[in-house]
Ligand binder design. Sequence first.
Ligand code: G3P
Ligand code: CA
Length: 235
Amino acid sequence: MPTFFHRDFLCIGHRGFPGAAPENTLRGFELAISAGADALELDVQWVDGGLIVIHDDELDRTTSGTGRVDTATLAHLRSLDAGGGERIPLLEEVLDLVAKRLPVNIELKGPGTAGPTVDLLRARGEDVNGILLSAFDHRELEAARAAAPEYPRAALFGRIDRDLVAAAGQIGAVAVNVHRHSARPALVKAARNAGMATLVYTVNDPEEALALRRIGVAGIFTDCLDVMLNSAGLR
Ligand code: G3P
Ligand code: CA
């Protein structure tokens, strides 16, 4: 497995390939790989003893269920339809599907997710080059670093742009993952000067992706892999 940053500009399947299949499902991840994604991104939460791959705090938008994710039982979560007959996958099932064919950015969504995630990665012998851990809650990244410092980390940020690079440096990040509205040349340059890459979410316009590439961004999270991968200048 090459490193996560195995091309000079990465088109990363955001939650798989939501332009073609339900987000964060095995079908979506397989379609993303078939389409030629450079890497995958997924969201993981530790709920009732399982690492489940789902983005929201609530079940309503993406599944046949309702109510909170974090108070549901694993059995209930696994009984739901996540779109087109897909189940909410376990992280282990996604890693089995990927089978080291391409790198995976695992976003740690809920509290207490870092420990079980790195335990799983180690138990499976997942290649450090094939994994990038990220989180908006940097305490999760600190926990990941304490438990398994070998797995690289990216500091995720919302729509703020102050002290990003310093904050990312404090948790030993290899990248800053920023909202598209924060991805300015000065930030990209400051991150590079600190030895960090910049990844940008969520970019679905190829012209915007090209402009980001020109300012030195290392890759984008996109819902539209098909559009990006067929866009001149991005491949
Ligand atoms: O990791 C990039 C992006 O996925 C962060 O935002 O809300 O899509 O998880 P969100
Ligand atoms: Ca995410």
